[in-house]
Design a protein around this ligand. Structure first.
Ligand SMILES: [Zn+2]
Length: 427
């Protein structure tokens, strides 16, 4: 397969990637000066488009799409205690499947090619990933203090055995202890033992709110990041979500231990969790990536919005317009995401040898004229509906905004049906 990248009508300068992108066996086999006369099985018209590595959404709870707009504008604990946890308690496998399908449909249509998910009924999530053609890093969320804590751990182990490396290697499995305040050190030590045995990483919420910092300090006399370091969690590949409340010393720990950070600016703003010290973390070389979090605290899975929010939030919070310039925001959504997931050997860039996870953005739009700077356009002007074509693992899964692997109308219908039934059941 080859994608000829040509100029936009009337343009004199060539803003697209120069030349063509060739794909063979799921990987990028050539970039640049490749003749279109070669023996290609198909040609994708990429004229007027900009090719990007697909967006990497490093923190989601996919099936929470079912609760989009169900409970908003509430304090975090009230939101969880009175709304989210009661309705999550009655979720079934089919709910998770259709909620995840809705999430995947939305992600594909907005240019995400891989997502890191933590939730329940992960076999159903994996099935949705397998069928849709997207790539995913999946972990079964575990609450160590819950009555089913031990069972959740065993289910995680079984899930990893069943799905790690499956769906044509598009699924990577991880362990998903929810957070330090729901998973005490003794529990986390068991998680670490399995991480070692199964050779998988750990996805965990860390230092999200001031309430968490207070709770951990009270219980253990130290802060969450320090506590995780003390018990040895960072000796394993860790993807930490949020890291909002971290001090200079903790940033040093995260950098030294190469912890991947999933920054979720919109979720942090909506739940009023705080502002993560992202510029400081980036300066220390930490691969700070972007995530949307679940759709009930965002309320969408749009990585373009997340790029813009990250850039704008940190500009205003530092009162410095040079903070997180456009290109850096773009890197956070792609290359840093791959690094945070420890997948940078395979994805996150358009270069020969990498897996072909590529999106084409249609720049023939009023809000993308005139062209002075591609990165600035992508971060400050573009909309997710400008994503025209999505390729994962060398397979075209969306072409001209038509998702080829999924039945869009059926997904909307089934997800709506599940959501209505759940809301009715909790009264
Ligand atoms: Zn989360």
């Amino acid at each position: 397969m080859i994608m000829p990248m040509t100029k936009r009508h009337g343009e004199t300068g060539d803003y697209c990637l120069p030349g063509n992108i060739a794909i063979y066996n799921g990987r990028i086999s050539g970039v640049g000066n490749i003749s279109e006369d070669g023996d290609f099985d198909r040609i994708i018209d990429a004229s007027g488009c900009v090719a990007l590595p697909g967006f990497v959404n490093t923190h989601t709870h996919a099936a929470m799409t079912l609760f989009r707009s169900y409970a908003d504008d509430l304090p975090l604990m009230e939101w969880l205690n009175t709304k989210i946890w009661p309705i999550e308690a009655i979720l079934t496998g089919p709910d998770i499947y259709w909620g995840t399908m809705l999430c995947i449909l939305e992600m594909i249509k907005s240019g995400t090619t891989v997502f890191a998910d933590m939730y329940d009924f992960m076999d159903d999530v994996a099935r949705a990933v397998d069928e849709s053609g997207i790539r995913a890093v999946l972990s079964r969320g575990m609450i160590g203090v819950a009555p089913n804590g031990e069972r959740a751990l065993q289910e995680s182990v079984q899930f990893i055995k069943n799905w790690h490396g499956k769906a044509g290697e598009r699924i990577t499995a991880m362990l998903g202890p929810h957070a330090p305040y729901t998973c005490p050190p003794e529990y986390l030590k068991k998680v670490m033992k399995y991480a070692e045995e199964l050779e998988v990483g750990i996805h965990i919420h860390l230092a999200e709110t001031l309430a968490e910092i207070g709770e951990i300090e009270k219980a253990y006399g130290t802060r969450p990041v320090q506590l995780m370091n003390n018990i040895g969690l960072f000796e394993y590949p860790v993807l930490g979500a949020h890291l909002v409340h971290v001090n200079t010393q903790e940033i040093e720990i995260l950098a030294a231990k190469k912890v991947g950070v999933a920054h979720n600016p919109q979720s942090n703003m909506k739940l009023a969790s705080g502002i993560a010290p992202v510029p400081e973390m980036l300066k220390k070389g930490i691969p700070v990536a972007l995530g949307t979090d679940g759709a009930s605290s965002n309320n969408n899975l749009d990585m373009m919005e997340e790029m813009r929010s990250a850039s704008l939030l940190h500009k205003v919070s530092t009162m410095d317009p040079t903070t997180i310039p456009a290109y850096q925001a773009l890197e956070m959504a792609t290359r840093n995401g791959a690094e945070a997931l420890k997948m940078d050997g395979d994805i996150g860039q358009i270069s020969v040898g990498k897996k072909a996870d590529i999106i084409l953005i249609d720049f023939h739009k009023p809000h993308l004229y005139p062209m002075h700077d591609v990165a600035a356009h992508l971060v400050y002007s573009a909309q997710s509906a400008d994503v025209k074509t999505v390729i994962v693992d060398g397979r075209v899964i969306m072409e001209n905004r038509q998702v080829l692997t999924l039945d869009e109308e059926r997904i909307l219908y089934e997800a709506e049906k599940c959501a209505k039934r759940l809301v009715k059941a909790v009264g």
